[in-house]
Design a protein around this ligand. Structure first.
Ligand code: GTP
Length: 350
């Protein structure tokens, strides 16, 4: 799973990589042409600017291979902002260039991680601009000349924002797939109910909720009676259909805050939040009656099944795992005493 995710991130990085290289090579050419048009020649600053353009995409790809897509974009955007600061210093604060660049980058920062990211980015711009200002005696170009540099900057804005959009779209679809995979791993394949692992997670959440601790939590362990007969008489498909029907009926008898899981083959565990034992018995009776009174037809055969249900309750003095065992003992008692009934845990059963 982790490997698969890494592969997807790698793919995104590789797809964006050629675009970044392409955009930045064109940008380097633009710098060279603008410099020669302005008769500025090559100083150390232009060589640094071109070197950054050529190295930048490789750093991006390396990060994509190591990190989450969004984290990589955040890092790249921080570099962008630092470079914007350098450029603003170099172009002698020409607002015609600085403003569109600052606005476009701030908007991209905002889209990625809100105001926090904008403040962070603008601080980087300020720091690097000040560094250029301090360490450079003469500005590279005058304000009037620097307008000539506007076209390559605009070009860079378009390319970087197109790439940002592409990686954002990829990131969203990757995240969606990840969430789907996580959700699927928590569900029982046949019935779509929670599986054991998911029930444990939800019970843990309920136990941690301080509001839930002021109330009892009730567990119902329900088991289909003589289920083996359904399989033996009509085949596994009929057995599966019965399990699906039972799951749906149990689910429809519960509140939104309750949790139901397929606990084993034909066994279901229900967790009733903020429910005492009397209320729990009433819910369990309702489930039992609903299923006993709702025969259904599958593949031309009428199925009528019953459930036996064991109930136990816990508050601050006990926990989920211990209570499952108690509900299980009550269920066993129900099976022993004739099935199709609700049995409350009795400490004398221990
Ligand atoms: N069709 C189907 N059968 C399953 C599934 N999981 C478990 N079973 C069957 O469920 C049956 C359970 O049988 P038993 O444990 O003997 O219980 P029972 O027949 O319900 O009898 P009591 O619980 O004592 O009333 C077995 O035949 C299993 O093969 C499943 O996913 N689909």
């Amino acid at each position: 799973m982790i490997k698969k995710r890494k592969n997807s991130i790698e793919r995104i990085g590789r797809q964006i990589y050629p675009l970044r290289v392409f955009g930045l090579i064109l940008f380097s050419i633009s710098i060279v042409l603008s410099q020669s048009k302005l008769g500025l020649g090559f100083d150390a600053w232009s060589i640094i600017a071109i070197a950054i353009c050529l190295i930048y995409p490789h750093i991006g790809l390396l990060w994509y291979l190591k990190d989450e897509c969004r984290e990589t974009e955040i890092k790249l955007m921080q570099i962008d902002m630092a470079l914007v600061g350098v450029l603003i210093g170099v172009i002698n604060f020409n607002p015609a260039i600085a403003l569109p660049y600052l606005i476009a980058n701030s908007a991209a920062n905002y889209a990625l991680r809100g105001m926090k990211q904008v403040v962070h980015g603008l601080s980087l711009v300020f720091i690097t601009t000040m560094l250029v200002f301090i360490f450079r005696d003469q500005p590279a170009v005058t304000q009037a000349d620097s307008i000539e540099l506007l076209s390559p900057f605009l070009y860079l804005i378009i390319v970087t924002h197109y790439m940002g959009h592409l990686s954002y779209m990829r990131g969203v679809s990757l995240l969606r797939r990840k969430i789907d995979a996580e959700e699927t791993s928590k569900l029982d394949f046949l019935t779509g109910l929670n599986n054991r692992r998911s029930m444990f997670d939800k019970a843990r959440l309920n136990d941690k909720d301080p509001k839930a601790n002021d109330h009892d939590t009730t567990l119902i362990m329900a088991d289909v009676d003589h289920f083996k007969r359904v399989n033996d008489t009509h085949g596994h498909n009929h057995g599966d259909a019965v399990l699906i029907q039972v799951s749906e009926l149990i689910k429809s008898s519960l509140r939104g805050t309750d949790v139901v899981a397929r606990w084993g083959g034909e066994e279901f565990l229900v967790l009733l939040t903020k429910t005492n034992i009397e209320q729990g018995v009433s819910v369990a009776e309702n489930i039992r009656e609903t299923i006993a009174n709702k025969p259904f037809i599958y593949d031309g055969v009428e199925h009528k099944v019953t459930l036996t249900l064991g109930i136990a309750t816990y508050g601050a003095n006990s926990n989920f795992e211990e209570t499952i065992q108690r509900a299980d003992k009550a269920l066993y008692e129900g099976k022993e005493s004739g099935r199709n009934r609700v049995v409350t845990f009795d400490p004398a059963l221990v």
